[in-house]
Design a protein around this ligand. Structure first.
Ligand SMILES: [Zn+2]
Length: 128
């Protein structure tokens, strides 16, 4: 039984304690099924550690969005050398909207993995 690595578990949105159970179900770009599970189906970890716990992930998501917009702005400027605010506004707002579901997921995952109360426990890990 080989344990899933930290980055692999984070990239595949797995539970931080067992690295086996999925934190989300459904596709990130599906409007109907973009939901996170309340409890890990594998180890029983309750993901929302305390009421309002995931509000902090909004700030992480904001940081992701700013970082992506800056990268996109640098790439856009290096490709076009344009100074039109309309071009930057349209492209950057489009990128922020398109990346919002991904930022939603990975900001929650980053928060879960940074929480000191939740540690990886190899006893819960089972390869699937
Ligand atoms: Zn778990």
């Amino acid at each position: 039984m080989k344990a899933r690595g930290l980055l692999s578990a984070m990239a595949s949105c797995r539970c931080p304690r067992c690295r086996t159970g999925k934190v989300f179900y459904g596709h990130p770009y599906s409007f109907r099924r973009q939901r996170s599970n309340q409890v890990c189906a594998h180890c029983g970890l309750y993901f929302e550690v305390e009421p309002g716990y995931f509000y902090i992930s909004m700030y992480i998501s904001y940081g992701f969005a700013v970082f992506e917009a800056l990268i996109a702005a640098f790439i856009l400027y290096s490709l076009t050398h344009s100074e039109s605010p309309w071009l930057y506004g349209f492209v950057l707002i489009s990128i922020i909207i398109l990346m919002a579901p991904i930022n939603y997921r990975y900001s929650r995952i980053a928060l879960l993995y940074m929480t000191p109360k939740i540690k990886y426990d190899p006893r819960y890990h089972i390869d699937d």
